[in-house]
Ligand binder design. Structure first.
Ligand SMILES: [Zn+2]
Length: 581
């Protein structure tokens, strides 16, 4: 596919099972490989044979995923290219629906055969090689209920309805129709009256759909509770924890996390808000006063051309670590970066991996703002993770759980920020660091609201809308800080409607809080001993997903805990750092 920015990338290891000439967009050619794997699994006569079979299955999975990644990358780099779109949709509509049930069949067969040929127990050191893999596959198999398939389809349709509802929201602002995303930039305007006008227009528009959002959500709760009951679980919270393979922490740990945020982080949040209020010379902070620069300065301009962004980022990694610097240089040499904003490109940014070539790819829409610098450092962290697991042959272990993937990326933001002078003079570099650190601190309370709200919802599934509103407002009191919402109480009570995770990805959010604690610890360690902290970081990345979360954190030099004792010193460090900036 010539639509890809990079050239031919050979597999990291020559294929031994998937034929070289296969067309991975054609299910008829793929099906015999699944049949072959099913037969061969039944024939395995020893643990060693089963291990070997696992690698063949792994090879097929990686090849299929690489095909999907290539088509996705081509489409997002050329949204105006009809063939690229068709190729992607073809795969999603005709290949994936066929492979998914077959993959599930293989999982079932594998678990059965592994019981016949268990790994010999390990007396010392870490648990067995397949401990995490077996745990996840077994969980997936045992949680499956055929009667949930139809319910999940219904759930997907409802989340689509929500997305359609939100996506259609526009306002007429000064004679022009604008999406709510486009309205976001007016909240950064120094002119307060303008900000207020923009914010209120958006709030009114959101409130028009409040009833519809609540209706969709009521149905979602009913469906999800039924899905959990079908799987033999008490409530959807239990189901979600199982479905996300959260074996290393419990709902109670999350509740404790919320409490620690309330006790340890809220004082720092209030302090930041008070400083903002003083600098803006206001009596009270209103919801439209939160995104503007508190000193009314013009936006930072870190670079003019994307080429500059790349070469300066390269210099940051040169300062940081030789191996990481080589990794980033390699991505440039192989053209694994598509970073400039241009017509015909999908919005946003992501890091994707080509699982067979075992190389990372970064996609971005850089326009010359500080946010771009944060994004390239973040995505580079993910890319380093992919490079570090290159030697791992089990495909599932080349990816880590999200709670740790985001340690790799968020830690790289903090570590890279130490060298922002590559982009700025000292005062601007400090300004960028300050905004970044305040953003980290400010994220925790909202994360706690989103997470705690869902804990309440799914453990009180029979609640009324009035009870739900009261529960949410209680959380806004705990974690909202000192923002004056008077006149907009209804908006405050419905402010969760815009958080798509609550509708589309239930319980997916706390991961970012957990990972941020890891990232802050890596950063704190680097303050003590940069070489050791970087060494631990790289070593933990190389483990991929082969170990449970507490071990991954430990390898990175971090504690896997979300209690006050873990949070306190991190917030102290961030606070004392902020005072210096
Ligand atoms: Zn990320």
């Amino acid at each position: 596919m010539s639509l890809l920015p990079f050239g031919k990338l050979p597999p990291a290891k020559p294929r031994t099972f998937v034929p070289e000439s296969i067309d991975l967009g054609d299910w008829k050619q793929i099906a015999p490989l699944f049949e072959h794997l099913e037969t061969r699994a039944a024939q395995a006569k020893s643990a060693a044979e089963l291990d070997h079979w696992l690698l063949e299955w792994s090879e097929l999975s990686a090849a299929l995923e690489e095909e999907a990644s290539r088509r996705y990358i081509a489409m997002t780099c050329h949204t105006d290219h009809a063939e690229a779109e068709k190729a992607y949709l073809d795969f999603v509509e005709h290949v994936e629906p066929q492979t998914k049930p077959r993959q599930f069949d293989l999982e079932r067969i594998y678990i059965r055969r592994r019981e016949e040929f268990p790994e010999p127990p390990v007396k010392q050191g870490p648990k067995n090689r397949y401990f995490v893999f077996d745990r996840d596959v077994k969980n997936h198999v045992t949680l499956f209920r055929p009667e949930n398939v139809a319910l999940e389809t219904e759930e997907a349709k409802l989340t689509q309805q929500y997305q359609k509802l939100i996506g259609a929201q526009t306002v007429k602002f000064r004679g022009e129709e604008k999406t709510l995303v486009q309205m976001g930039r007016y909240l950064e305007e120094p002119d307060r009256a303008l900000r207020q006008e923009a914010w209120e227009l958006v709030a009114q528009r959101r409130l028009q759909d409040a009833e519809k959002c609540d209706e969709i959500f009521d149905t979602l709760i009913r469906l999800r509770s039924q899905i959990a009951r079908n799987a033999g679980l008490d409530n959807y919270r239990e189901y979600a924890f199982r479905q996300k393979c959260r074996f290393d922490y419990t709902p109670e740990d999350c509740l404790r996390f919320h409490e620690s945020i309330e006790g340890e982080i809220m004082p720092a949040v209030r302090e930041i808000q008070q400083e903002r209020r003083r600098q803006l010379k206001l009596e009270k902070l209103r919801p439209w006063d939160l995104a503007v620069d508190p000193q009314n300065r013009a936006a930072l301009k870190p670079f003019a051309e994307v080429g500059e962004m790349v070469s300066r980022t390269q210099k940051i990694f040169n300062h940081l670590d030789g191996e990481l610097a080589t990794g980033f240089q390699q991505m440039q040499d192989l053209k694994l970066l598509d970073l400039d904003n241009r017509k015909g490109k999908a919005p946003g940014g992501y890091q994707s991996t080509l699982p067979e070539a075992r190389v990372p790819f970064i996609f971005m829409n850089a326009i010359g703002v500080q946010r771009d610098v944060e994004t390239i450092l973040h995505e580079a962290g993910h890319a380093f993770h992919a490079q570090a697991t290159r030697g791992e042959d089990l495909y599932a272990y080349r990816g880590a759980p999200i709670e740790f993937c985001e340690v790799a990326s968020m830690a790289m933001e903090l570590l890279g920020n130490e060298f922002l002078e590559e982009f700025y003079a000292a005062p601007e570099a400090n300004r960028a660091r300050k905004t970044h650190l305040e953003g980290i601190i400010g994220f925790f309370p909202w994360m706690a609201v989103v997470d705690a709200f869902q804990h309440w919802i799914y453990t009180h599934a029979d609640h009324t809308r009035a009870e739900r509103k009261a529960a949410y407002l209680k959380l806004m009191d705990r974690f909202g800080g000192e923002i004056d919402w008077s006149g907009w109480e209804e908006m405050r009570a419905h402010s969760w409607h815009r958080q798509l995770h609550i509708f589309i990805h239930p319980f997916y959010y706390v991961e970012y809080g957990i990972a941020q604690l890891g990232a802050l610890q890596v950063w704190a360690n680097s303050r003590q001993n940069k070489v050791k902290a970087l060494g631990d970081y790289k070593q933990s990345l190389a483990l991929g997903g082969s170990r449970p979360l507490p071990e991954l954190f430990r390898a990175a030099g971090c504690t896997f805990a979300f209690d006050a004792a873990t949070i306190k010193p991190l917030i102290q460090l961030a606070g004392s750092e902020l005072k210096k900036l």
